[in-house]
Design a binder for this molecule. Structure first.
Ligand SMILES: Cc1cc2nc3c(=O)[nH]c(=O)nc-3n(C[C@H](O)[C@H](O)[C@H](O)COP(=O)(O)OP(=O)(O)OC[C@H]3O[C@@H](n4cnc5c(N)ncnc54)[C@H](O)[C@@H]3O)c2cc1C
Length: 293
């Protein structure tokens, strides 16, 4: 365990203060032991994947941040399965699947996170998501670890039913044989679409809001509110896609929260829609509910 570790280096936005503790368990038993210690000491726990959907409070996190590593970040492809640790980057999983001629994981090329973060969020893109390929997940808490089926994980649009203190230690995916060249072509096409539509080579945390049940996506709605390029402090709404917030260099998480609050207020005022944030919060951060005026 390390003490006072700055989490800005663990998030794609590059903001946030220090975690009181950072644990890097390499095996399930170690992970359960850390969770049990945290519970005994009354410490909140925050698993951190690649921080690609995270806003960490500028004041930091008075708890135990967990970064899964070793066996808990490894990925292996079998004949029609992929088994990966919760800390395994999706890019590595896709690489293993492609090398084994297994299709079904291509959508993950658009998602710069880990297996654990993807299960927690039921991450998805281009018509697929984790729930479409997940067989089961090994979920650890302070009492031990158990394999859960997708129905027990409560996977919905960009959320799961997992609770704080539950950590995805491992996941198993069912994939199907597909020619490597076809997989490569699908990935190239998805990546080209991404590059054309969204900011790349920018510090962001992906979509700020989930898409509402409305004819407009969150991005189009915020664009119609005139928010493209709108900045607060060092954070600004992407001029390319209004559902992204970029760190212009010296952003603080508080700047991003202020932008999120402003965007929600404007969407409520102009469209009567309460946008729901997709980004996950760590530490004493709160996104105020949208109000008129
Ligand atoms: C450029 C860009 C594009 C993106 N595009 C997409 C997209 O197309 N589709 C999409 O769905 N998302 C997208 N995202 C968002 C993000 O990549 C996903 O939500 C991803 O699943 C987050 O994974 P992570 O490992 O980075 O999790 P983090 O951001 O580190 O954490 C997210 C949440 O998951 C929890 N968590 C992390 N690991 C575990 C674990 N092992 N067990 C339990 N909980 C855990 C965290 O505590 C937190 O609540 C994008 C992000 C960026 C920056």
């Amino acid at each position: 365990m390390k003490e006072h570790v700055l989490l800005s280096g663990y998030t794609t936005l590059g903001t946030g203060g220090p975690a009181r503790w950072l644990g890097e368990p390499e095996e399930v038993a170690e992970l359960v032991e850390l969770l049990a210690r945290a519970r005994a000491e009354g410490l909140p726990v925050a698993p951190i994947g690649l921080g690609s959907n995270l806003l960490v409070a500028d004041e930091g996190f008075e708890g135990l941040a967990l970064k899964l590593s070793g066996e808990l970040a490894a990925a292996r492809a079998g004949e029609a399965t992929l088994v990966a640790g919760g800390g395994a980057p999706l890019a590595v999983c896709l690489h293993r699947a492609r090398a084994a001629g297994l299709g079904g994981f291509e959508f993950a090329c658009a998602i710069p996170g880990t297996v654990g973060g993807a299960v927690w969020m039921n991450a998805g893109a281009y018509g697929s998501d984790v729930s479409a390929v997940l067989t089961r997940a090994l979920v650890a808490d302070a009492d031990g670890a158990a394999w859960l089926a997708p129905a027990e994980l409560g996977l919905r649009y960009r959320r799961s039913g997992l609770q704080r203190g539950e950590v995805v230690a491992r996941a198993e995916f069912h994939l199907s044989q597909r020619p490597v060249e076809d997989i490569k072509a699908t990935v190239a096409e998805m990546q080209a679409r991404r590059k054309a539509a969204q900011p790349t080579n920018r510090r962001t945390f992906g979509s700020v809001f989930k898409n509402p049940e409305h004819e407009l996506t969150a991005g189009r709605m915020l664009e119609a509110c005139g928010l493209r390029g709108h900045a607060i402090g060092g954070a600004r709404i992407s001029p390319k896609h209004a559902n992204f917030i970029e760190n212009d260099g010296d952003a603080r998480s508080a700047d991003a929260v202020a932008l999120i609050a402003e965007a929600r207020r404007r969407a409520l005022e102009q469209f009567g829609v309460r946008l729901e944030p997709e980004v996950q919060l760590v530490g004493a951060l709160e996104i105020p509910p949208p109000v008129w005026g």
